[in-house]
Each structure stands twice: as structure tokens, then as C-alpha cells.
Design a protein around this ligand. Structure first.
Ligand code: NA7
Length: 669
């Protein structure tokens, strides 16, 4: 980030360019910068009534008022430049709260302010970095080693924090490069559906996204940039697929095994093990009779075969989730025919920014106008985070519980139905096929990627009857209809609930992850720590997926901060082992299950990868981002049992076990 004075003088250097940029840039962040520079709250109130939501398209500020915002902002910047003014002090919390509320046309509760300031980062400080309490030069860091499994967003974030703390570490990555799920998913149209200026690390802001929701290649570019900037490559062992880890009680260490590129098994020891294997990297291949008999190309979206030319082919695509929603419309214009096999319909919302490029004006302002980027991040955080959370709780007195949860959820249903009807040109027969019978948000809410318009194309067919089996050249339906196909694409998702599979993780006292969790019942404390697995920390573990809103990178940063604090505790206090207490873990999961059961994902009409067949939500977090942030913000040593030396019985530091279940730190909302 440029120094404030330099940024201001750069911004005003070419007034025509500044004017041109402001003519296009988003009005809310511009207004916020203006108020921050001038403290003019009266003007804020003048504009505020015209802002009806956090997304830029929900702001209907009349043109003359917009002109006034631009005019005043130019004057304020010029004044700061001419008088060499220092950066304005950060507004006090109540002023910030008012500014934020005005910027999104809603009340921003006070409890969010510390989180938002951390996320926005007005100063130079890396707000989520963890620092030593003691002089690191005097700490036994050389004898300490951490292994991280996975070099996707999670593993790289952990690596950055470990590097900052000078903790020796190594990252094992099964692929030949960084990127994780973004490396593996190369299907046409692959893109993020969380806005990118929020879906990126808070400590590595990118002001050059070309789109609001970037495509996979641009995201991979960002991930590579992060990797190079932080000098991570030398720490990553590529082509090393971790196969298992066993806790060696005597040594108080993990023995981690991996397979190298040649298929040889290797082993290394570490004091702490961080799994960052993600939830979406083991494709789910459907068990459809005859799948192997198909003689044409057949591949999963996450293993896209770019060598297969789809031009002029009859393509069958099984699945209508997020991957299908992106891939389908991207290949539809090229193929001779696309037949989509839908098992259950998904909800998809429209977002006018989804297909838009970042305007040149916004790009200019992001790069050159101080605080514009911080405020845009705030806008997008607010637009896509906890906003719908309250509406995803079932109202027990609701009159149509099958199709919606409550009034707000029902309104959303009607809004989406109207939108889809419009996209389908009022085709009620097709509408009935694509509108889910369960409430909105029951499965992952998708962003419409022109899916419904695609269904109206002449070369598309939507099949909603069940598949019976597959033959050498066709898909056969239960009613006997035969659909010939040249290529089959499986857009059938991932084995998300079979978390950590196929890793063989062996903890204390004969515990194994598969034994404890089975194939579909993972649990962890905060999704990070598991009893009987000392010194093991999970990123994107049980119940940490986000389905009501938010960016998974935000959650990752929360988890990594927590883990870094735990490691700090281990190193500074000389603990050999640190294991989350069973009672703390159980209480957390009890609260979590209670909370999740009242939410939309547990709706009896929904099947999804968010839950297991006993209707327990295992993948998705029921908490608001704010709650999870608060729970992970400070590592609480008393929630762990520790041992100073290998072999020594674990003990609880500080207070007695029962007294520190930290029930107060768990949300009750
Ligand atoms: P999803 O969201 O799990 O979607 C998978 C789709 O495949 C979904 O429509 C499934 O139908 C369908 N499916 C799965 N198995 C079958 C069988 N056996 N027969 C017919 N249809 C089947 O995966 P995506 O890859 O689209 O998205 C995963 C995440 O990746 C996404 O949330 C983003 O975060 C990125 P169902 O709905 O289960 O009836």
C-alpha cells in the first residue's frame, strides 16, 4: 500500500483522469472516502437515503447528487495534496458505524465494527498476523517443525503465517503446482461466485481483478502471485501426496507419510500437523450401472479433459450444481446437443455484477484513491456475508413449511421464481421442472450463469426423470428412453462429507479418523481440533463450510490465526502436546448441532452434501461469520490438555476443567 500523502498527490496529478474515473466508480466507497477525509457527516446523511443495499446496483443516488459527491471528493483530495495533510485519523467507532450503515443502507450493528476494521485494514498493520509474546531469538524454534498438507488457499495462508513467525515448516502438495481446487478445476466457465475483492486474503489485497467474480485462471494468477510474494515455493514439496499420519506418543510427534512422484513412500516427523486438504478435491463419481461401459470420453468437471473437442458432439451432463451451472452455459454454444440430467433442482440467484467486468473507473479508484479499496471490501463483505443468516432459521408457526421457512425466505422464493420465469420467457412447463420444492438456500445457493436462458436454447434438453443405466453409447432412463451421447460429463460434485479421506490419520490410544468419524460424521472443535489427535489442526474442517454467505478465505484466515496462536502457545510454553478437551469439543458440537437443526440445511425436503443421511449437518457452519470470528479470535489454552514432555500425562493449564468450558464464548443466537 502506498503512503497516504503519495497516494493523494498521485490521485490528483491528472485531474482529467481523476474526473473520468470518478464518473464511473461506485458511489458508496467514494462517499465513504469523502466522509473519511472531510468528516462531513451532514453530507453523508444527504446521500444516505438513496443507498438501499451494499451491492453497487442497489444504489440509486440521483445524478446531481452523485456529481456533488465526485466534486467534493476531488476538492478534498486536492486540498489534502496542496496542504500536504497527514492521513485523517480513523473515525471513532460510532462515526464508523454510521458511515457503514449509510454505505449499505442498513444498520450495521456495533458488534461488527472490530471485525470489519480488521477486514478492511486501514493502516499498514497486518491485522490477523500473530506475533510472538517472547523474544523469538530465545525460543527453541529450530527444533520445532510443522507439516502442512495442501497448497491451496488454506495451506498457503498457514504457510505465510508460519513463515512470518519463523517456525520451520514444509508443505506437502499432491499436485505439481499451487492452487488446490482452483488448480484442479479447469472446466470451461469455472469462476468464483463470491465477489473477488472480498474473496482474497485480507493481507494480500488485489486491486487489479478484472471482474467482480473472476474466472479460474485469474484466481490461479493471484494464488501464484501470493506464493511468489511470500517466497513460499521453496517450502513446498510438489508431487507429494500425503497418505497418512500417525501420532507417535513416545516422541510426541506426528509421523507423516507421503507418496512421491515415482510412487515411493516417504516419511517425515513433525511437532504439529496442519491439514489444509480442503473439502472439494475428491470428485464424487456416481454409482450408475454401466458407467464403465461407456466407450466415449467420460470425465468429471474437476478432471476436465481439454483434449476432447466438444464441437459438434452430443454431450450428456449429469448434475446441476455449481459446477454444472458454470460449465453448461459455457459449452452450450459449441456442442451439437447438450442433454442435462437433473436429479433435483437447485436454487440460483441473479446478481447483475456476476458477468460484469470491473469498470475502468473502479479499477483506477481502487489503485489510486486512498481507502477506496478498503471501503469496497467492506461493501462486499456486507453484501455477501451474514445478511441472510437470520432468514435461514425455520419459523415453527410458518404456514407453508415445505417450500419456505418464514416470511423473508418465502419472499426470496417468490423473487427468484419471478426472475426465473422471466429468464424462461414464461415457459411454465420448464419453470415447474427447475424450481425446487424445498426452501431457498436448502442446498448451496447458486449464481445464475445464464443457466435458464441456456435451457431455452434449441440444442439443449433437460431430463428430470431418473437414470437407469449407461451403455457403450447412451444413457438409458428408468422409463426405457435411450439418449445417445458422444461424451458424458460428470458434474456430480465432491466427497465433501468424507472429510480428510483418503488420508489415514491415527491419533492417540488407537483412535483413527475414519474410526471416529466414519465416512460421513466428522466433528471438530471449531472445525479445527479433534480430541485424541494432539497437535493436529484442521483448516476447512467439519462445519466450517459457508452456505449462508461469506468468503471461505475469511474463515480460513480465522482458522489460521487460531492455529498460529496455538503454535505460539506450544513453542513459548514448551508444550510437547496439546489436545482439545473432550468436554469442550462435545459442548461445542452439542451447541452446533442444536443451532444447525433449526436451519434451512436440515430441512427434511433437502438432500445435499452439507449433511449426512441422519440429517446431521457436518460440512456447513451454522454460525454467523461474526460468531465464528469471535470464537476463533483468541486461542484459549484452558480448552486444551497439554503435556510438557513426551510421555507425560496430559494436564489442563490453569483452571479446573469443568470451570473452563468457556460456555460464554459460544454463541447462543
Ligand atoms: P454439487 O453442488 O455437489 O452438485 C452435484 C450435482 O450432481 C447435483 O446436481 C447432484 O444432484 C448431482 N448428482 C450427484 N450424484 C448424482 C447421481 N448419482 N445421479 C444424478 N445426479 C447426481 O457439486 P458441484 O461440483 O456442482 O459444486 C460443488 C462445490 O464446488 C460448489 O458448492 C462450489 O463451492 C464449488 P442432487 O442435487 O444431489 O440431487
Amino acid at each position: 500500500m502506498q503512503d497516504f500523502r503519495t497516494a493523494v498527490s498521485e490521485a490528483v496529478r491528472d485531474e482529467a483522469a481523476l474526473r473520468g474515473a470518478l464518473a464511473e466508480a461506485d458511489i458508496a466507497p467514494m462517499l465513504m472516502v469523502l466522509v473519511q477525509l472531510t468528516g462531513d457527516l451532514d453530507f453523508l446523511e444527504k446521500v444516505a437515503p438513496h443507498i438501499h443495499g451494499a451491492w453497487s446496483f442497489l444504489q440509486s443516488v440521483p445524478e446531481p447528487l452523485k456529481q456533488e459527491v465526485r466534486h467534493r471528493l476531488i476538492a478534498a483530495l486536492q486540498d489534502h495534496a496542496a496542504n500536504d495533510r497527514p492521513p485523517p485519523p480513523q473515525p471513532p467507532a460510532d462515526v464508523l458505524q454510521r458511515m457503514m450503515g449509510a454505505g449499505v443502507g442498513q444498520t450495521v450493528p456495533e458488534e461488527y465494527i472490530p471485525l470489519l476494521l480488521e477486514e478492511m485494514r486501514f493502516g499498514e498493520e497486518d491485522t490477523r498476523a500473530v506475533r510472538w509474546h517472547r523474544d523469538p531469538a530465545k525460543l527453541p524454534l529450530q527444533g520445532f517443525k510443522v507439516i502442512v498438507i495442501g497448497a491451496g488457499f488454506g495451506g498457503l495462508c498457514a504457510a505465510i503465517r508460519l513463515k512470518q513467525l519463523s517456525i520451520p515448516f514444509e508443505v506437502l502438495e499432491k499436485n505439481a503446482d499451487v492452487g488446490g481446487t482452483w488448480l484442479e478445476n479447469g472446466y470451461p466457465g469455472c469462476a468464483v461466485d463470491t465477489p473477488n475483492h472480498f474473496y482474497s486474503y485480507s493481507f494480500h489485497v488485489n486491486n487489479r481483478w478484472t471482474r467482480h467474480f473472476s474466472r479460474r485462471d485469474e484466481i490461479l494468477g493471484y494464488i501464484n502471485d501470493v506464493t511468489e510474494t511470500h517466497g513460499l515455493r521453496p517450502h513446498i514439496r510438489f508431487g507429494a501426496e500425503a497418505t497418512g499420519a500417525a501420532f507417535d506418543e513416545k516422541a510426541g510427534k506426528w509421523r507423516v507419510t507421503w507418496r512421491d512422484r515415482e510412487g515411493r513412500t516417504e516419511e517425515a516427523q513433525c511437532n504439529a500437523l496442519i491439514s489444509a486438504v480442503g473439502q472439494l478435491n475428491r470428485p464424487s463419481v456416481p454409482r450408475i450401472r454401466g458407467l464403465d461401459d461407456f466407450e466415449g470420453p467420460l470425465f468429471h468437471t474437476a478432471r476436465w479433459d481439454g483434449g476432447v473437442d466438444l464441437k459438434g458432439k452430443r454431450v450428456a451432463m449429469i448434475g446441476t450444481g455449481a459446477s454444472a451451472m458454470q460449465a453448461g452455459p459455457s459449452i452450450a454454444p459449441d456442442v451439437a446437443h447438450l442433454r442435462v440430467f437433473q436429479r433435483t433442482p437447485h436454487w440460483a440467484m441473479n446478481n447483475p455484477n456476476y458477468h460484469r467486468a470491473v469498470s475502468a473507473g473502479n479499477a483506477w479508484a481502487l489503485e489510486r484513491i486512498p481507502y477506496f479499496s478498503n471501503w469496497l471490501r467492506f461493501q462486499l463483505f456486507w453484501a455477501s456475508s451474514d445478511g441472510f443468516h437470520a432468514s435461514l432459521h425455520a419459523d415453527p408457526s410458518w404456514s407453508s413449511p415445505d417450500i419456505s421457512l418464514n416470511e423473508a425466505n418465502h419472499k426470496m422464493r417468490e423473487l427468484i421464481v419471478d426472475y426465473v420465469r422471466g429468464e424462461l420467457d414464461g415457459d411454465e412447463r420448464l419453470l415447474a421442472k427447475v424450481i425446487p420444492g424445498y426452501p431457498p438456500y436448502g442446498k448451496r445457493m447458486l449464481r445464475d450463469n445464464h443457466w435458464y436462458r441456456m435451457l431455452k436454447r434449441g440444442n439443449i434438453a433437460l431430463e428430470t426423470d431418473p437414470i437407469s443405466h449407461i451403455t457403450a453409447d447412451s444413457i438409458v432412463m428408468k422409463d426405457g428412453t435411450v439418449h445417445p451421447a458422444d461424451v458424458i460429463i460428470l458434474a456430480t460434485g465432491f466427497q465433501a462429507s468424507r472429510m480428510l479421506w483418503p488420508l489415514d490419520i491415527r491419533g492417540r490410544d488407537g483412535h483413527t479418523i475414519r474410526g471416529d468419524w466414519g465416512d460421513d460424521d466428522p466433528r471438530g472443535y471449531l472445525g479445527i481440533a479433534v480430541p485424541h489427535y494432539p497437535n493436529l489442526f484442521l483448516i476447512y474442517g467439519p462445519n466450517t463450510n459457508l452456505a449462508h454467505g461469506g468468503s471461505i478465505i475469511f474463515h480460513t484466515e480465522c482458522q489460521v490465526r487460531y492455529i498460529a496462536q496455538a503454535l505460539r502457545e506450544m513453542v513459548e510454553r514448551g508444550y510437547a502436546t496439546m489436545e482439545v478437551r473432550q468436554d469442550v469439543h462435545d459442548l461445542y458440537n452439542h451447541r452446533l448441532d442444536e443451532k444447525a437443526q433449526g436451519m434451512v440445511w436440515a430441512h427434511p425436503g433437502v438432500t445435499s452434501w452439507y449433511k449426512n443421511d441422519r440429517n446431521r449437518i457436518t460440512v456447513t457452519s451454522p454460525w454467523r461469520l461474526l460468531d465464528y470470528w469471535a470464537m476463533t479470535r483468541h486461542f484459549v489454552p484452558d480448552e486444551f490438555r497439554v503435556a510438557n514432555r513426551p510421555g507425560q500425562a496430559p494436564k489442563v493449564p490453569g483452571q479446573r476443567a469443568e470451570a473452563v468450558a468457556s460456555a460464554d464464548s459460544l454463541p447462543v443466537s
